[in-house]
Design a protein around this ligand. Structure first.
Ligand code: HEM
Length: 137
């Protein structure tokens, strides 16, 4: 039973990560350059429509990440000082990604492109740290 719950929580965590970070990459490196072909007005309308549709996805992914992340953390006790230090950095970067995801999906945000770029870098860094955490105690 415990193994099934652990697998489900891991599935929720990874699915949420894929959705959130994948959406951020798609927004910054596909949608933003593709929309350059449009007039400023049409681009603003498209950006706001895309943001509004991504917003519920973002909130669902954040909820999944935080709940499954807390479960993951509590289910693997006895961590070293290095684990805690890296985990602390990961959480700070996660707060950056979460804040940006909420900001960029708010209406009429002219700084979306730059904010998405920063969140994409933080997202990749978190995945690297998490990959390392997997192998240490
Ligand atoms: C943008 C936010 C986040 C990203 C991109 C992210 C990414 C990841 C990834 C890729 C893994 C490895 C999954 C696996 O191989 O099973 C992981 C594991 C983990 N995550 Fe997250 N995560 C995020 C947020 C959080 C939050 C908010 C928490 C805690 C509240 C958390 C806690 C954990 C823990 C404890 C593990 C297991 C690490 C280990 O194996 O020791 N994560 N995360």
């Amino acid at each position: 039973m415990g193994e099934i719950l652990t697998a489900v929580m891991r599935w929720i965590h990874i699915s949420s990560v894929v959705t959130l970070i994948g959406g951020i990459f798609y927004g910054r490196f596909v949608m933003t350059p593709a929309a350059q072909a449009l007039s400023a007005d049409a681009r603003a309308t498209l950006d706001d429509a895309a943001a509004a549709r991504f917003r519920p996805v973002v909130f669902t992914a954040i909820t999944g990440l935080v709940l499954s992340g807390i479960y993951n953390f509590l289910s693997k006790p006895g961590h070293s000082a290095l684990y805690h230090a890296l985990f602390g950095v990961k959480i700070l970067l996660a707060l950056h990604v979460i804040s940006v995801a909420i900001l960029v999906t708010a209406p009429k945000n002219p700084r979306r492109s730059r904010q998405l770029f920063g969140a994409a870098i933080s997202g990749l860094t978190i995945v690297l740290i998490s990959a390392y955490l997997k192998g240490i105690n």
